[in-house]
Design a protein around this ligand. Structure first.
Ligand SMILES: CC(C)(COP(=O)(O)OP(=O)(O)OC[C@H]1O[C@@H](n2cnc3c(N)ncnc32)[C@H](O)[C@@H]1OP(=O)(O)O)[C@@H](O)C(=O)NCCC(=O)NCCS
Length: 178
């Protein structure tokens, strides 16, 4: 298995992976929703605002992860991790954590200093995320589950408090994802 940047040949397989994995874990509607999110992220986001990686084995995509830019004023180099999935029959083998770590290392290499995500703290704390309050970093939309607002610094500095609301890319600009 290897980890690499997604290429222009990968979108269909990535969308299919997200659709099927989330359909299986959270139902058909969630599968369709996250599949659409992945499709929109890949089709609509400027190259400089998206970092998408895959775990692959013999041409087969086993896992995929997308990071997209969050914009702050004044500007900082920040991205949000969403979504990530590992093929249902290969979950629980360490692929998800390794893929997240690979993506974080690449972003750090590119000078990104802050990564946020919105998900299960029990899982994301395994790969360096910690809870942050919606007052410390005001999310783009009101959160239905504020305890899932998580972040990690990729620099030496601790996560600061930011006064203005950050904004996300168009594909994530929909309250139903928040
Ligand atoms: C979440 C996911 C990406 C993790 O990938 P994975 O390859 O299965 O995970 P790993 O094998 O690297 O890590 C497994 C560990 O994470 C835990 N874990 C996996 N999914 C979890 C979840 N949804 N919530 C909490 N913990 C979870 C496991 O209990 C396990 O813990 P352990 O190492 O202490 O035993 C994968 O299970 C998946 O695609 N799930 C469905 C889609 C999803 O929920 N995506 C995340 C939200 S965007």
């Amino acid at each position: 298995m290897n980890f690499r940047f997604a290429t222009q040949n990968d979108p269909a397989a990535i969308v299919s992976l997200f659709t099927s994995v989330f359909a299986r874990s959270e139902g058909e509607a969630e599968g369709a929703l996250i599949g659409q999110l992945a499709r929109n992220l890949l089709a609509q986001t400027e190259e400089s605002d998206l970092a998408c990686f895959v775990a692959a084995e013999a041409e087969q995509i086993l896992g995929a992860i997308a990071f997209s830019r969050l914009t702050f004023d004044p500007a900082i180099a920040a991205f949000i991790l969403a979504p990530v999935a590992v093929r249902s029959d290969r979950q629980g083998q360490g692929i998800g954590q390794a893929l997240i770590r690979y993506g974080l290392a690449e972003l750090k290499h590119q000078g990104v200093s802050l990564v946020l995500t919105y998900g299960d703290p029990a899982f994301y704390s395994k790969v360096g995320f910690q809870a942050i309050s919606p007052e410390q970093i005001i999310p783009p939309f009101a959160l239905s589950q504020p305890e899932g607002w998580l972040g990690q610094s990729l620099s030496e500095a601790a996560i600061a408090t930011y006064s203005g609301r950050c904004t996300c890319v168009a594909a994530l600009s929909d309250p139903q994802y928040w």
